[in-house]
Ligand binder design. Structure first.
Ligand SMILES: [Zn+2]
Length: 118
């Protein structure tokens, strides 16, 4: 995570002691400030984006909300796993399990603890 942040050092800024990443549009203008999300806030943030505010959106519909709000190195992978392992979405897919055997494990193990607190 630190290496990824270092590589985009010019896009980082601090406001009121909080670290943000500047997100630019294709013209090079700053579109918004993405919060550099601490590791322990990933799951609550993903719950907020996927379920709490909008009612269990698909991956593609969650992406703009994440991009508008926060950034961390593995956010796409984490979002994808989080949605595929959502119990409520899983119960909606009656019958065949949404997560196939042998695929990426659900959100209960090491992913929760991956990443450094910044
Ligand atoms: Zn869900």
């Amino acid at each position: 995570m630190l290496r990824a942040l270092w590589q985009q050092f010019d896009s980082l800024t601090s406001r009121d002691g909080v670290l943000y990443r500047l997100f630019y549009d294709s013209a090079g203008l700053v579109v918004n400030y993405q919060l550099i999300l601490p590791a322990q806030m990933k799951v609550p943030f993903l719950e907020l984006i996927h379920a709490d505010t909008s009612g269990h959106l698909k991956f593609a519909k969650c992406v703009p909300h994440v991009v508008r709000s926060a950034w961390w190195l593995t956010w796409r992978r984490d979002l994808n796993i989080f949605i595929r392992c959502c119990a409520k979405c899983e119960s909606f897919h009656r019958g065949a399990p949404h997560v196939k055997p042998g695929s990426t494990p659900c959100w209960s193990g090491p992913l929760v603890n991956v990443g450094a607190l910044i």
